[in-house]
Design a protein around this ligand. Structure first.
Ligand code: MRU
Length: 342
């Protein structure tokens, strides 16, 4: 396969490497990814994370394994193992459905390589188009709040919600970005803060619980988040804490936008209640660990509830900003997502 270089995935000498997003920003560490077991582990520990990137990494690995000589049956098994690695982000399933079609072809080795490369190229282009559409909604001198991490680390391109922030910043419209730290795994505090710094976008980091008082003080002009799955009725699963931001935005009459590629749509999923929500280990809530060290603050054996995502109902969303354009609440009521991928 051709050499590939994105912010957090690369292929060198026919080997997939992933940038360890658990080690950032303290350390820029690349991990080899020679087989399905290693990628599943990287995905489940969130070294590889972000809905689009999960799907792309799985697709690229399959193509590389085909080139290494795995049989069609072995690749089919690998595909299903990868599909089950994280349940909520539907980009993984959507990408793997396309890889499955390539795998069924007689020239499957070439077909898989071509399809994986196409998915990467498409994702880059989708990010650009999301940014083009999203920036039309950003007003001059905006103070924008974002949650989790939706940038170049989570995609093959400039990102989804962060891509919009970048484009709007390049157009001189962003006064500053409020970055939610995003408990429990701190994708905002570690990754978004780092990315915005690298991009030169002015930001201030806040604890998740500070968003309400900022909104009450009139210091937030709009909220921009990504998505892990968009159901047919417009409900959106995204990183835990997104729903509370949407409720707060509604109360304070602040626009709440979701930016995502069409690979995040799941027309077969009727509503948010049908979206599987990943439950994660207690240790993520009882303390914190990373390349900065480990620390537990809760009592040993504290009982913990740790869903990785929540669902924001469609009625709280002001606009779904896709690569295909801005979808309005009225479009959603008219059933635009039910037919989106048909
Ligand atoms: O658990 P994570 O870090 O993979 O969760 C990521 C998010 O919730 C993102 O907002 C979403 O995947 C979109 S990334 C472009």
């Amino acid at each position: 396969m051709q050499t590939l270089n994105t912010t957090s995935l690369k292929i060198v000498d026919n080997q997939l490497w992933i940038l360890d997003q658990q080690a950032l920003p303290q350390e820029k560490r690349w991990c080899p990814c020679p087989d399905v077991t290693s990628l599943v582990e990287h995905i489940q520990t969130l070294r590889v994370r972000g809905a689009p990137l999960i799907g792309l990494s799985a697709s690229l690995l399959l193509a590389l394994l085909a080139e290494k000589g795995l049989s069609q049956a072995e690749l089919a098994q690998a595909l299903e193992t990868l599909r089950a690695s994280r349940p909520t982000a539907v980009n993984l399933m959507n990408n793997l459905d396309r890889m499955k079609l390539a795998l069924a072809q007689p020239q499957f080795v070439a077909a898989l390589a071509q399809e994986a490369q196409r998915l990467v190229e498409e994702d880059r282009a989708l990010c650009e188009r999301i940014a083009d559409h999203g920036t039309t909604l950003v007003k001059p001198n905006s103070r924008l709040l974002t949650h989790c991490n939706t940038g170049g680390l989570a995609t093959a391109g400039i990102g989804t919600a962060i891509g919009v922030l970048l484009r709007a910043h390049q157009q001189g419209k962003v006064e500053q970005v409020w970055v939610d730290e995003t408990r429990p795994l701190l994708q905002g505090g570690r990754l978004t803060a780092w990315e915005l710094g690298e991009l030169g976008i002015p930001y201030q980091l806040i604890c998740d619980s500070m968003a309400a008082s900022l909104m009450a003080q009139g210091q937030v002009d709009a909220i921009w988040v990504g998505a892990d799955r968009i159901a047919a009725n417009g409900d959106v699963a995204n990183k835990i804490g997104t729903y509370s931001l949407a409720v707060l935005a509604h109360y304070h009459q602040i626009p709440f936008y979701v930016a995502a590629p069409h690979t995040t749509l799941d027309p077969a999923c009727p509503h948010g209640r049908s979206i599987p929500i990943e439950q994660r280990a207690a240790a993520e809530v009882t303390g914190v660990s990373g390349s900065f060290g480990n620390c537990q603050w809760a009592p040993q054996n504290a009982a913990v509830y740790n869903p990785a995502f929540d669902v924001t109902p469609a009625e709280l969303i002001s606009g779904w900003v896709l690569d295909t354009g801005v979808v309005t609440p009225q479009d959603v009521q008219e059933g635009i997502f039910q037919t989106a991928l048909k």
